[in-house]
Write a protein that binds this ligand. Structure first.
Ligand code: C5P
Length: 409
């Protein structure tokens, strides 16, 4: 059992499922984890501080203005103390507060001040869960990087049936086991990755170039998600308007040739994710002076193919990363074309996105992808913010890295 010696902060929310938090506390303590708990005002309607304290063997924190509590441990140290924060049950109202970034009581303040992952465990009536307001909050919270487990489908305390039932303490426990196992493995292996992102520019003359619409957003989000998981990540980026992410080593390049050179310099790495929209062609020669328009037609600009970077990595005999991940932006036969591309370039995974519809893929905040493995398995990720898609891609990449497809379904 890999879940032991962790420090877990459980925020008990105000819902009928609150009593199940006691079972999770018991399970965690039995496996030698330290647990502290914050009981929200409405949570107190369902469980008592005494029952929590009896199980955690620690004070139950309740009020942000509790003088004794603040003297002993404030909201900052409580959030720094934890390895992970869990909110169970997460009510619809609590989701609204977090979406708005509220800090109105101890629970919301600890979360806002936290530098740790926060796992939300929603539980509510099916209509409340499916309400547009809750679903918008869900997207916002996923975009903020909050983790979710559930809700499950089933019969609810109110007697209705549907999606809204809280995941069981056992399910939460095994989620935590996987979460810490993956993190420990990344740490032990000192995993290194490169991510290519953004467009490249291929110059015709000193001021004109061939390029494309890539914003670099998806690649940047992948680099952020990888480093959040503890992977030492180098981002190799073409020209973008994105403000550099703190803590991520970023190499700025302009042309495809420069991108390839930076990739070569960064090897060896364990994982390469090539999200860049590298220009396929570059002018055979770049004019040293600005081309004049004193002719009616410019009949041709001779182009030659740029070297394929992901293929260079995929077929590299000496320094092939264990996992090479490519992207395939397609307008038709998405999976088939992407699969062929993956084989041609010898990638292990390919992220296929359909760029035929507006507001997905290129230069958008949203994306919708299929993650295709070299053994033919496909995971479909519904349209969502690129930050969420990045998190999902990294989850699949690390699963494949560590268990080679056992969790890939
Ligand atoms: O063949 P196509 O350009 O559609 O393939 C896209 C994939 O190949 C992306 O992962 C992209 O980053 C990569 N690529 C590359 N070097 C090139 C062209 C594409 O790494 N010169």
């Amino acid at each position: 059992m890999s879940l032991k010696n962790k420090k877990i902060l459980i925020i008990v929310g105000g819902g009928i499922a609150a009593y199940k938090s006691l079972d999770l506390i018991r399970l965690l303590k039995k496996n030698n984890n330290e647990v502290k708990s914050i009981l929200t005002k409405s949570g107190r309607e369902f469980v008592t501080p005494l029952s929590i304290t009896t199980l955690t063997k620690s004070k139950t924190f309740e009020d942000i203005f509790d003088k004794n509590s603040e003297a002993e441990i404030d909201h900052i140290s409580l959030s720094r103390w934890a390895d992970i924060i869990i909110v169970m049950p997460t009510t619809a109202n609590f989701m609204t507060k977090l979406s708005a970034g509220k800090a109105e009581d101890l629970a919301t303040t600890v979360i806002l001040a936290s530098n740790k992952d926060v796992l939300l465990v929603p539980a509510m009536n099916v209509r409340m869960w499916l309400h547009k307001a809750t679903q918008i909050n869900l997207k916002t919270l996923q975009d903020f990087g909050y983790l979710f487990i559930g809700p499950e489908k089933g019969e609810m305390a109110c007697g209705e049936y549907g999606e809204g039932k809280m995941s069981s303490p056992k399910q939460i426990f095994s989620f935590l086991e996987n979460y810490f196992k993956k993190r420990n493995s990344v740490k032990e292996r000192k995993l290194k990755a490169i991510v290519t992102a953004g467009p490249t520019r291929e110059f015709i003359d000193p001021v004109r170039y061939i390029s494309n619409e890539s914003s670099g957003k998806q690649g940047y989000e992948i680099a952020v998600a990888l480093s959040k998981m503890g992977v030492k990540t180098t981002l190799i980026s073409g020209p973008t308007n994105i403000i550099f992410q703190k803590g991520i080593r970023t190499k700025k390049i302009t042309t495809a040739e420069e991108m390839l050179e930076e990739v070569k310099k960064s090897l060896p790495v364990d994982i390469a994710i090539c999200a860049a929209a590298v220009s396929d062609f570059k002018p055979i020669s770049k004019s040293t002076s600005k081309l004049k328009k004193n002719q009616d037609n410019l009949n041709s600009i001779k182009l030659k193919k740029n070297k394929d970077i992901v293929e260079y990595l995929g077929k590299n005999n000496k320094f092939r990363p264990k996992l090479v991940v490519g992207f395939a932006a397609e307008t038709e036969n998405l999976n088939k074309n992407a699969f062929t591309k993956m084989k041609e370039k010898n990638c292990d995974l390919i992220i296929a996105n359909d760029v035929s519809e507006a507001d997905k893929g290129f230069n958008s905040d949203f994306n919708k992808v299929n993650i295709i493995s070299n053994n033919g398995k496909i995971i479909q990720i519904k349209k969502n913010k690129k930050s969420y898609i990045a998190h999902k891609i990294v989850e699949v990449v690390l699963n494949k890295f560590f268990v080679d497809d056992r969790n890939f379904n």
